[in-house]
Design a protein. Structure first.
Length: 159
């Protein structure tokens, strides 16, 4: 394996996913690309918003400002650059993709010639999973490239 694609989102577990993928890449002397997918812009709303249930409190619709896609891209690049700095390798490449998570990851993997994709799994609630599906499941179902899923579910400490 010469090229590893690591998919990161803004979840705090992204650090664990990045570190795991990077450790594998270093052990194989492989090239690393970090990717973040800008999916539904509703996830980036500045107000309290739930993609499943809508707004969590009353708000005047006139107060909702349009989302600046270019600013979202800049912030995603800053996030990827911070992840790259955390990993301590200036040779890491970064990409901000747009679209559905699984489709964008697979397209980016094909474009970069990735030999393996590293992604995290999130435990989502039943209603959210039912309505939105699981991004990880879609990725697993549609990929032809080997995939490493890093479990990110928080485990309870033994008492």
């Amino acid at each position: 394996m010469k090229k590893i694609l690591i998919a990161l989102d803004y979840d705090p577990s992204a650090e664990k996913v990045a570190e795991m993928g990077f450790a594998i890449a270093k052990s194989m002397n492989a090239e690393v690309t970090l990717v973040h997918v800008l999916a539904d812009t509703l996830y980036y709303m500045p107000l309290e918003y739930s993609p499943v249930m809508g707004f969590t409190g009353f708000t005047d619709a006139g107060l909702i400002e349009p989302i600046d896609l270019e600013e979202l891209k800049r912030n995603a690049l800053l996030f990827l650059d911070a992840s790259k700095a955390h990993l301590g390798d200036s040779n890491i490449k970064t990409i901000v993709a747009e679209g559905h998570f699984a489709e964008s990851i697979l397209k980016t993997a094909a474009e970069t010639g990735a030999d393996i994709i590293v992604a995290g799994s999130h435990s989502r609630g039943g209603l959210e999973k039912l309505l939105m599906g699981s991004n990880t499941e879609k990725l697993i179902h549609d990929t032809t490239i080997p995939l490493l899923i890093v479990p990110t579910k928080k485990t309870e400490e033994p008492s």
